[in-house]
Design a protein around this ligand. Sequence first.
Ligand code: 4GW
Ligand code: MN
Length: 383
Amino acid sequence: MGCEKKWIFVLAVMMFSFCWYNMRSITWHPSLVFRCNSQPTIDYVNSSSQFDLLKQDFLHRPIIDYVRSSPQFDLLKQDFLHRMLYEKPNVLSPPRSDVLMMTPWLAPIVWNGTYNIDILNTQFHQKNVSIGITVFAIKKYTVFIKTFIETAEKFFMVGHKVNYYVFTDRVGDIPNITLGEGRQLVILEVPSYKRWQEVSMRRMEMIRDHARQRFVNEVDYLVCVDVDMRFSDDVGVEILSHSFGTLHPGFYAASRTRFTYERRQQSTAYIPTDEGDFYYAGGYFGGTVEEVYKLTNFCHNAMMTDKGNNIEAIWHDESYLNKYFLYHKPTKILSPEYLWDNNAGVPAFLKRRRFVAVPKNHNAIRNKRALQAYSRNKQKFHS
Ligand code: 4GW
Ligand code: MN
């Protein structure tokens, strides 16, 4: 009898445990709770194993440290615009329909009428940007400096901080020019090269070296241009971007095959006839100091490789620049408004001429032999 009671007791305990176990799962097991829900949340929850990992991440990295180590978030908060009144952009009526406003890689092409300079000025003032403009005046080209800087004072980045970096071999020939507030002239003495091609090409090396040694500590952006030019209308922060190139005034409408890229395969500047987006001008490019360093470093190294192989690209630094931009697409492109030659007339799409070539008295400015070679090439390739 005692034994029977014991078994009945054991059985009762087992049945009770079994029922209790099941009741617990009915009441508390999360999957059953979710099953009561008409939405199939259960599948989502069950299959989202990455949520477990997130939880662990959270435990291992205390929030307080994360906040403390990200001071840039405080600065971001300050970046906002005040109330401004201007015409609303219209999605179904683009500001320009006569010109390409965007590249296939979504880099804007800067044309008059496509941007609001007040918005851009406010944004760039908030960032307190400073802009360096590099220009070379080697040998007789010092004659261009006065007009270049005087017109830049009127039109280039007015209201922003500007450093003019004038590279020259004739320091004594650089005139004294009174500059506006926040603007300064820095004269950089550099060697001159015998061959004019080298004078033009070595700009890449000199910009590269000074970008690293000096510009990076002094300015945010660099604008690198020819000196035989005058500003005749506004050139402002609308041109600034990570990296930018400018459409050459002679080729904006030309087909790929007519672009005067380097076509010899032996050259590092070689571009086949079935490639190429635009023909960029050698006399106007820029970007952040770091990007300009990369660009000029590439071009100079490519030139040196070619030099070692006794080859020089057809349009010198311009050919290497075009090769660089083919495979390192610029993030902004300047329309020919930013680099024009009045010899090409004034087509209807050209609403402004902001930076135009100063006619050169070739005989007085350039050495004779170089001039002959130069005109021969111009006729052959730029006609
Ligand atoms: C032929 O005798 C020469 S000299 C071709 C360029 C020369 C040259 C150019 C020079 O003697 N001194 C000089 O400083 N440069 C710089 O290179 C100057 O900044 C000039 O704007 C740039 C490109 O030369 P460029 O303006 O004569 O080239 P194009 O006619 O294509 O704009
Ligand atoms: Mn020029």
